[in-house]
Design a protein around this ligand. Structure first.
Ligand SMILES: C[S@@+](CC[C@H](N)C(=O)[O-])C[C@H]1O[C@@H](n2cnc3c(N)ncnc32)[C@H](O)[C@@H]1O
Length: 275
């Protein structure tokens, strides 16, 4: 199957999760993920560009973002322990989070993966999705929501997704969820704000024509209050504030100039809305 544009980018996080699990020394490894290793081995993909030594920061960034999103997901599961609730994984790609966290996802949790039709078809072949509901559709419209429960606690996860959309699209997506879902939590990733509109500086995207970084505002708290005021900012974590050893010399630079973090490195944002 040949994927183009943004759907093709699903290989990037899968590849680097597999590298983290397979190639990084145990004493500094951030997580094990045999499921990503297995999925990567089933894909016919020339990863020469991604395996270049100079791509180490992207590899660490993806490992850290994965770990932070896993941790926040576990926190949310604990808060909702025993309640009927759901997790909606937007732009799921070949994400293996439900498998990494399988011991912590109770029967009370419905896990839904949403992605474009061709990706969901690929996902069903490559990843074990037995316990998850797979929905084909675009997050840019709400046709996919037909039949989705809106009155139970819902966690939306958007990993490696919103940054490819214009501001207006993200405003509509979050505003639409806040209008419909009674109790929603949002966990999404944005890049450092210097990358907004600067695709040529995002080396991991060099091989992916038709992709550009649009959404990575300077101050996400202000952006939310000015654009989707029903969605309340809770916090954001900068990936460079975690797993210091792995950031090599960058950790010294960021210690001296902490204000550079949000400019140059990915942020994981937590927000919420209720009706
Ligand atoms: C960089 S990949 C991230 C995949 C996954 N979240 C992960 O971290 O492994 C981006 C994903 O977003 C999906 N995507 C892009 N546009 C979309 C849309 N309009 N609706 C739903 N998914 C979309 C792509 O197909 C792709 O699987």
């Amino acid at each position: 199957m040949k994927l183009n544009g943004v759907p093709a980018t699903l290989v990037i996080p899968l590849y680097y999760r597999a590298v983290e699990s397979r190639d990084i020394a145990e004493d500094v490894r951030i997580f094990d993920d045999i499921h990503s290793e297995q999925a990567m081995s089933k894909i016919d993909y020339d990863a020469t560009h991604l395996s270049d030594k100079k791509m180490w920061t992207t590899q660490v960034a993806i490992a850290v973002r994965t770990a932070l999103l896993d941790q926040e997901t576990v926190n949310w599961l604990k808060i909702n322990s025993g309640k009927e609730c759901q997790i909606i994984n937007l732009g799921a790609g070949l994400c293996t989070r439900h498998l990494r966290l399988e011991d912590q996802i109770g029967k009370n949790v419905n896990w839904i993966d949403l992605d474009l039709d061709e990706v969901i078809e690929l996902r069903k072949k490559i990843v074990n999705v037995e316990r998850c509901q797979q929905i084909s559709g675009s997050v840019l419209d709400d046709i996919w929501m037909e039949g989705v429960e809106m009155n139970i606690p819902t966690l939306f996860i958007a990993e490696g997704l919103f940054m490819y959309f214009p501001h207006e699209a993200v405003r509509k997506i979050l505003g639409g969820f806040a209008d419909k879902f009674k109790n929603a939590t949002y966990l999404f990733e944005i890049l450092g704000w210097s990358f907004e509109g600067e695709t040529q500086n995002v080396e991991a995207l060099d091989d992916f024509e038709g992709t550009s970084i649009d959404f990575s505002p300077v101050n996400i708290s202000t952006w939310l209050s000015e654009n989707v005021s029903r969605v309340k900012y809770i916090k954001h974590e900068n990936i460079q504030s975690h797993y210091h050893k792995r950031w090599r010399h960058y950790r010294f630079l960021m210690k001296v100039l902490p204000s550079l973090k949000d400019k140059f490195s990915n942020r994981i944002v937590l927000a919420g809305s209720s009706l």
